[in-house]
Write a protein that binds this ligand. Structure first.
Ligand code: ATP
Ligand code: MG
Ligand code: FE
Length: 393
């Protein structure tokens, strides 16, 4: 089954063609990162306008890159939530309209569920040699994640530990009580003057500090410990809280960039601009404290995420853990998760970097499994900006 997937929940416009939920024929993403970088975050009104401009060329390019015509496509899928209403409307409307025009089945996809299904996507090399899948074998192929599994969902707006017993069977074990991990990374990056999106920027800075300390044969652990960054363990639960460490970082960022204050021209400015400008100067001067701070902050977040996920995997005796969402691209988190799980014989999987952040390949993959269960949606399906994973009670 060949599915055309469409993604437009936030500031990425994506279209992809995926066969049997696993094999990627094409994946096109138009990103607005450079536009939103100017504002330090996503501006909803700007995002939806950009979606409108990008969507048709992106769909056409995806078909062309897959060397597909409409006759090859079996179904169309588009994200219907969660996300920004104006952005979601663009992809959903285009998806529904195309399915009407081409007389193809349509399915609305839950964006969070799609982040999970990025783990079912195969390396491109496998696509070339894969035979079409017999319909009765849709549920499991060797190389797929094994149920039951624990999924750590860590994206721009969500941080959750979820027990997944089978396709479509989700139980929420814990979630963030305030900020999502990605949200905290983005906010801290902004006050450090490192730009948007924050995750990759913090990772880069942290790596710089870690390399520098390793080269000088000094302990970065010891150096970081002076910051006393708090970790909210919320013992007895699988919940997270990242607002404490975020606030500590905001105070430290001000102190760490004190030295740069003398370079200010003295003109009054909002606190936000002041933070940003000082952070930029400190970063440009290669001030080691900003890099060290980034490393300490990343470590504080990774420590809690990895420890709690490992505990959930042990309690529920699963053989597999998967990571999902933009923050799953983080190399430090991946390495730490492996360290936690390998000694226990628990398998870890995460999507390739480009399928961690928003893309349409994951939409087409998730759609395949629902379509295989006989599901589809009518033209009356509306956007649901606040949609969550479909948890069992
Ligand atoms: P949601 O999926 O919850 O609706 P979203 O779609 O905005 O939110 P994603 O696209 O899944 O979120 O992820 C974006 C987030 O991932 C951003 O917060 C970004 O900083 C973070 N991120 C991207 N790459 C990395 C990385 N290498 N390390 C850490 N975080 C990263
Ligand atoms: Mg995004
Ligand atoms: Fe996302």
């Amino acid at each position: 089954m060949l599915v055309l997937g469409i993604e437009s929940s936030c500031d990425e416009t994506g279209a992809a063609l995926v066969r049997d939920g696993r094999y990627l024929l094409s994946n096109v993403v138009a990103s607005q990162i450079e536009i939103h970088n100017r504002y330090g975050g996503v501006v909803p009104e700007v995002a939806s306008r950009q979606q409108i401009a990008a969507i048709i060329p992106v769909v056409e390019t995806a078909l062309a890159q897959a060397s597909c015509s409409w006759e090859d496509v079996d179904a169309i899928a588009a994200t219907y939530g969660p996300g920004l209403a104006g952005s979601l409307l663009v992809g959903l409307t285009v998806g529904k309209t195309l399915s009407l025009a081409r007389e193809l089945p349509f399915l609305g996809v839950n964006h969070l569920e799609a982040h999970l299904y990025a783990n079912w996507l195969r390396p491109q090399a496998e696509t070339a040699t894969a035979a079409p899948l017999p319909q009765q074998e849709w549920r499991y192929q060797s190389g797929d994640p094994l149920f039951p599994l624990i999924c750590l969902v860590i994206s721009g707006a969500h941080s959750e530990i979820v027990l997944v017993r089978d396709h479509g069977d989700y139980e929420l074990l814990g979630r963030t009580r305030d900020d999502a991990a990605g949200e905290a990374l983005d906010k801290v990056s902004r006050v450090l003057g490192l730009g948007y999106p924050g995750g990759p920027a913090i990772q880069r800075m942290a790596q710089q500090a870690e390399d520098a300390y390793a080269q000088q044969k000094k302990s970065i652990k010891k150096a970081r410990s002076v910051y006393r960054l708090p970790r909210a363990w919320l013992r007895g639960t699988y919940d997270f809280s990242f607002s404490g460490v975020k606030t500590a970082m905001l105070h430290l960022a001000e102190g760490a960039t004190d030295a740069a204050r003398t370079h200010e021209d003295g003109k009054p400015s909002t606190q936000y601009t002041r933070y940003t400008r000082m952070g930029e100067q400190a970063a440009q001067a290669g001030a080691p404290d900003v890099a060290l701070l980034a490393s300490g902050f990343q470590e504080a977040i990774v420590d809690v995420l990895a420890t709690k996920t490992r505990m959930a995997a042990q309690e529920h005796q699963v053989k597999q853990v998967i990571l999902a969402g933009g923050v799953a691209a983080n190399l430090s988190l991946r390495a730490r998760m492996l360290q936690e799980l390998q000694p226990l014989g628990i398998r870890l999987s995460y999507p390739p970097i480009e399928f961690c952040t928003d893309n349409a390949a994951m939409i087409a993959s998730a759609a395949f499994f629902h379509l295989s269960l006989g599901e589809h949606h009518g033209m009356d399906l509306d956007v649901q900006p606040g949609l969550s994973l479909p948890f069992r009670k």
